[in-house]
Design a protein around this ligand. Structure first.
Ligand SMILES: Nc1ncnc2c1ncn2[C@@H]1O[C@H](COP(=O)(O)OP(=O)(O)OP(=O)(O)O)[C@@H](O)[C@H]1O
Ligand SMILES: [Mg+2]
Length: 316
């Protein structure tokens, strides 16, 4: 493994906030850490970046144990949620800031910096100060600054959470494209499942300081290994008597199906979400592509539920 983290533990005042976590990723992979607020995502990034000292555990990057190294001696770049740009410096000076520490002369650094600004679509903005840019542009500067030193590991802590939905999507695609182009091993922290699914090679799902599931996005969605994974990821119908589940998109209108009553309809544009009540008083959530059918609250419909078994489920 290119990055190999073993038994990482961090406590604050005897409270364990990261509990004996081990994981690894290959060179060039993008790992997303996903989990509810307070589960320890930022703490893990700070330990990897060298900004806090873990109570136990080892961090091996490209064969070197970096656990005890200060941040500036690690080949790791961190992009913080708040961007952390220097307000008195220009965009270009911000981007090339880290290059002087690795012995790159000013002229060369400027060339490299301008090239990187082009990659994040900020050509012509190099002489502005950060406050003259929009939030999305500032985020691009922060990403450019993180990439310009060609770190072995790039850490991004909720880099898109301050942006509106459209810009988020755009920038997410750009980050992924640059990450691929430079083959930079990356850890990307997010709350947002959809973001995690679309960007990640691997997802690490955490809860309360513990690693719950480490898998590829599809595997996490289709084969959750714990009750927490099942319920955290997307909406779900869970049949505890038979230990099986069905996602809303696995429920279909079907003339041969079971009779159900429509309790709620929620129009989403592309899809419509229904809450249905079976004759056994079970609630079924359904999502259906908007086919322009008129179905209203109170109607009786017929639907079939396709169930999946939770074969890998370990614990609740
Ligand atoms: N310096 C600190 N002193 C004491 N407790 C801390 C400190 N930093 C973090 N914690 C606690 O550690 C836990 C994990 O915090 P962390 O910031 O890693 O969560 P997170 O998953 O990044 O959450 P969010 O999604 O809200 O950013 C939380 O319970 C938090 O209150
Ligand atoms: Mg955080």
């Amino acid at each position: 493994m290119f990055l190999d983290v073993s038994n990482l533990t961090k406590k604050y005042n005897k409270k364990t906030v990261v509990s004996n976590i081990s994981f690894g990723i290959e060179e060039g992979e993008l790992l997303t850490i996903l989990g509810p607020s307070g589960c320890g995502k930022t703490t893990i990034l700070r330990a990897l970046g060298g900004f806090l000292k873990p109570d136990a555990g080892d961090i091996i990057l490209d064969g070197v144990n970096i656990t005890a190294l200060p941040p500036e001696e690690r080949p790791v770049s961190t992009v913080f949620q708040s961007y952390g740009l220097f307000p008195h410096m220009t965009v270009l000076e911000n981007v090339i800031y880290g290059l002087k520490f690795i012995g790159i002369k000013r002229k060369e650094a400027e060339k490299v910096g301008l090239n990187m600004l082009g990659k994040v679509h900020l050509d012509g903005e190099e002489n502005k100060k950060p406050h003259q840019l929009s939030g999305g542009q500032q985020q691009r500067v922060a990403v450019a600054r993180g990439l310009v030193t060609h770190p072995k590991l790039l850490l991004l802590d909720e880099p898109l959470s301050n942006l509106d939905a459209k810009l988020r999507l755009e920038l997410r695609k750009e980050i992924k494209a640059i990450q691929r182009e430079f083959n930079i091993t990356t850890i990307f922290v997010t709350h947002d499942q959809e973001e995690a699914f679309s960007i990640a090679d691997e997802i690490m799902l955490m809860n309360k300081g513990e690693l719950i599931q480490f898998s590829k996005p599809r595997e996490l969605y289709e084969n959750p290994s714990t009750k927490f994974s099942l319920e955290f990821i997307g909406s779900v119908n869970y049949d505890k008597n038979n230990n099986r589940f069905s996602r809303p998109e696995d429920v279909y209108f079907d003339e041969g199906g079971e009779e159900m009553k429509v309790l709620e309809c929620s129009f989403k544009g592309q899809t419509i979400e229904y809450t249905l009540l079976t004759s056994d008083a079970e609630i079924i959530r359904m999502a259906s592509l908007n086919k322009r059918h008129e179905i209203n609250v109170g109607d009786t419909v017929r639907a079939v539920v396709h169930w999946s078994t939770l074969d890998k489920m370990r614990k609740s």
